[in-house]
Each structure stands twice: as C-alpha cells, then as structure tokens.
Design a protein around this ligand. Structure first.
Ligand code: HH2
Length: 269
C-alpha cells in the first residue's frame, strides 16, 4: 500500500492519456508511449503516477464514460501489475471503480467526490482520495471567478468534503486535500492561495499542490507558453513545499524531485 514519504513531499508524475490536455495532450494517447513515459517518470523519481483520461483544462469538453474507461483502465492495469503506484484522475464513479479493480491506489477527483457513489466505493476499496477544490466546471470555470475570502472558502469547502468522505467510511488518514490551482480562480486567487497554503496545511489533511506549467505562471512571465514555464513551476513548487505540501503534482519529474530534495535539506538544516 502506498505511503507518503515522511521526510519529503511525494512526487506525483502526470500521465495524460488524452488528445487535448493543456500541456501534454496527444503525446501519450498511444498505449506503449504512455507506459514508457510512466516508467521514465518513475526512474526520474516519481512516487506515483496520476493517469488521466479527461482533460480538465479551462474550456475542455467532457468525455463520455466509455471513452474514458477505454483510455484509462488498460494503462492503470499495466502499470499496477508492473509495480507502479497509480493514481486515477477521474470524477466518474465507473472509471474509479474499474481503475481500483485494476490496481489503482489513489482516486484523484477534481470535483472532490461530487458523484455520491464515489465516496462509498473509495471507502470500500480503502484507497487514498485526493479532494480538489474547483469552482464551477472546466468548460466555464474561468468566466469571472469570484470569492470574498478565497482561502477560507476553499479550505472550508475541502474540510466539508473531507468530513463527508469520512462519514461514508473513508479513513481520515487516506484523505488528501488540494486547493485546485487554476480551477475557477483568477491569477490573484491562485497567488493568495499559494501564499496562504499554511491555512490548508493546518487542517492536518495532507495537502497536494498542482502548479506544474499552469497558466498563472505563463501570465506572470509575460505570456510564457506551456513549455517555457519550467523555472516558474519550480519556484511555486518550492514555496508550496516550505508551506507544508505533502504531494507535488508534476510533469517534469526529474526537476521536481531534485528541487524537493534540495528544499527539504535546507528545511531540515
Ligand atoms: N490539475 C490538473 C489535472 N488534475 N488534479 C489535482 N488533484 N490537482 C491539480 O492541480 C490538477 C489535477 C490539470 O493539469 P493537467 O492534468 O496537466 O491538464 P489537463 O487537465 O488538461 O489534462
């Protein structure tokens, strides 16, 4: 069973088996390429691989269940049987169920278990669950997002979702929370959330942060394109780690792992 490392954040490598993800869409839609890329990420220091079959980038169209199952389950099955710890990035109960049967150990749900069947099946499986905050849905979430107190609203929503998962039988020590950087948030909302990540850390649920290549970094760097957000990603990741993040979701695993090692050494000195 997966365990969070005690002495540094876990690195979650991103594997999107989609045609349209914002940074790696189309690159790993082929089975062999996807498996090879997952193993590359493990060799580079990924502790787990997050397999996603539906893009959640702003404006993305939903994918139907049969198609998501077709994209995701064979990959989850192959990687799990090869000893790789797999997380499945889905908000569909049937995709989660089939992935758990195929060996996934984590359900990463960007809707924080909105589908009521999700909590029950995660409780039955005894898996880890990542509850992410999202305002609205991907197709429309960036249309003028508004909060009065963004940090408190995100934190309180996540704690409520965590409590509801616990009530369904998910063990408290299997629940992670995630502020959902870029999901229904302006540039300023993202910055305030990252600056105040400690308020989420103090809930004592392990915090996962996904900043990798996101558009807030591009905006800060004068419109830098996805492939040119590497250094900005590391800056945000390091600060999240200093604030207490326990899982870092990353596309560039080697750099993420090395930055985490150096950051941790300084934090421990
Ligand atoms: N971000 C993305 C997808 N899933 N899950 C969690 N828990 N946290 C995140 O920040 C997060 C996530 C978006 O990134 P990516 O998977 O690269 O793109 P896409 O949604 O276009 O496939």
């Amino acid at each position: 069973m997966f365990q969070l490392p005690a002495d540094r954040p876990a690195i979650m490598g991103v594997l999107n088996v989609t045609p349209d993800s914002f940074s790696d869409g189309g690159r790993y839609a082929d089975f062999d390429l996807a498996i090879a890329h997952a193993h590359d990420m493990v060799d580079q220091g990924a502790d787990l691989i997050d397999v996603g079959g539906e893009s959640t980038r702003p404006g993305a169209e939903p994918v139907d269940e049969a198609e998501e199952l077709r994209r995701v389950v064979p990959i989850v099955e192959a990687l799990s049987s090869q000893g790789v710890c797999v997380s499945v990035d889905t908000s569909k109960a049937e995709v989660a169920r089939a992935s758990l049967r195929a060996g996934a150990q984590v359900v990463n749900d960007v809707t924080a278990l909105k589908d009521p069947r999700m909590a029950d099946l995660c409780a039955d499986a005894g898996c880890f669950v990542c509850l992410m905050h999202m305002r609205g849905e991907p197709r429309t979430m960036q249309e003028n997002p508004a909060y009065s107190e963004v940090v408190e609203e995100v934190r309180d929503h996540l704690v409520l979702r965590a409590e509801s998962a616990e009530m369904a039988g998910v063990r408290r020590d299997r629940i992670w929370i995630d502020p959902g950087i870029g999901f229904g948030k302006s540039l300023e909302h993202n910055l305030i959330l990252l600056r105040n990540l400690g308020k989420l850390v103090r809930t004592e649920y392990p915090v996962l942060v996904g900043v990798s290549r996101k558009s807030f970094i591009g905006k800060l760097l004068g419109g830098a394109l996805v492939d040119d957000r590497h250094d900005g990603t590391l800056a945000a990741q390091v600060l999240a780690q200093v604030a207490g993040a326990r899982v870092i979701r990353a596309h560039d695993v080697r750099a993420a792992r090395r930055a985490a090692i150096v950051t941790q050494a300084i934090m421990n000195a």
